[in-house]
Design a protein around this ligand. Sequence first.
Ligand SMILES: [Mg+2]
Length: 378
Amino acid sequence: MSKELPNLNIVKVEPVLLHAPIDTQVMTSFGALTKRAVLLVRVEDGDGAVGWGEVFGNFPMHGAENRAHLIRDYLAPITLAESWDTPAAAFAAMTQATHIMTIQTGEPGAFAQAIAGVDIALWDLAARRAGKPLWRLLGGQGDTIPVYASGLNPRGFEGIVEGKLEEGYTAFKVKIGFGRDTDLAALAGVRRLIGQYRLMTDVNQSWDLETACGNWPEYSQFDLTWIEEPIAADQGLDSWRRIAALPGAPLAAGENLLGDVQFDHYIAAKVLAVVQPDMCKWGGFTKTLPLARRIIAAGQSYCPHFLAGAIGLLASGHCLAAAGGGGMLEIDANPNPLREQLTGGLPAIVDGNMTLPTGAGLGAIPDADFIRDFRSEG
Ligand SMILES: [Mg+2]
C-alpha cells in the first residue's frame, strides 16, 4: 500500500481548538459534559495540500487545551523534521520520540490522543494526494456502514429518540449506571419507543463486579445487543471473564483500552463480544485499522467508539468501512454543532446505514467560517 502514496513533506502542523456551549448536559455515570470541546489537527505539505485529524477531547474539562500544547510543543517539531514514506512512519517516530516523556509526565494517554489526531490528519492528506477516499485507499470493500444513535441520557430522551427514528436510525444506546430505578425506567422507555430495533446500554464503568453480576440477568431482559463497560476498565481480565460468562446480554468495551498489548490480551481472552477502540484516543488509522482486522479475525465485533466532532466521526466511519465486519459506528444523538455543522453537514442515515462522502481523503473539510466562529485559544 505504501508504494501508492507520495512522500509526505509536512511544512505545518497546527492544533485547532473549538468550543460550543451545551443546552442540555450530556450525562454519564462518572460526570457530565457541560460544554463541547473538539480539538482538530491541520497538517499542510510543501505543495499546499491539507489534511485534517481530530484528538479525543471530551474529558477532562480542559484536556483538549493540554493536547493542543502537546501537538504544538512536541509532535509538530517531530513531524516537520523529516519526509515520511507513510503516515505510519511518522506515527512510529512520534511514539518513539515521546516515549520517555510519556512515562515522566504520567500522561501516556494524553500523548497517545495527540499522536492519534496527527496520524488521522496525515492519512487524510495522503489519501487526498492519492485522489482516493480513505476507506478505499485502506482496502475497504464498500462505503456504506451500519450506525447507531448513542449518548442518550437516562431521562428526557423521548424527543431525541423520536427525531432519530425519523432520521433513519434503527439502533440506539442509552446511558445507565444511575441507580436501579432510573436505569430500568430508561431501558424500558427507550425499548418502548424503538420497538424491535436494536438497543444497547452503557454503564460507563460505574458498577463493581458484584453489582454487575447481580444486575446482568435483570437488565438483559430488555433484549440488549450489548451492555458496555459494566465495571472499571482496569479491573483485570478475571473480573471481565466472570461477567462474560453470565447468561444474558453480550459484553462490550474498548474505549478505555490503550495499545496493541492491552487490546491483544482482551482479544485473546475472548471476553468481549464487541470491541470498541476509539481511534482519536489511541492509534489513529495506523494502529486502529490493523487492530480492527485482528478483532474481526478473532470472531469479535469491531464497533468504533466515538462521541465528538465531525472529523473524528468521519475518520471512524472510514476505518470501519476499511475494516468491514458489519460492526456499527457510534454517532452521538445529542445536538452538537461541532459534529453537525463543522463540515457543512454529515451524510444522511438511510435504514440504519451511512454512506461515506465520495471525495478524496475523509471526503469533507471543516468550514472556515465555522472555525472562525467557534475557535478558542489553546
Ligand atoms: Mg461507552
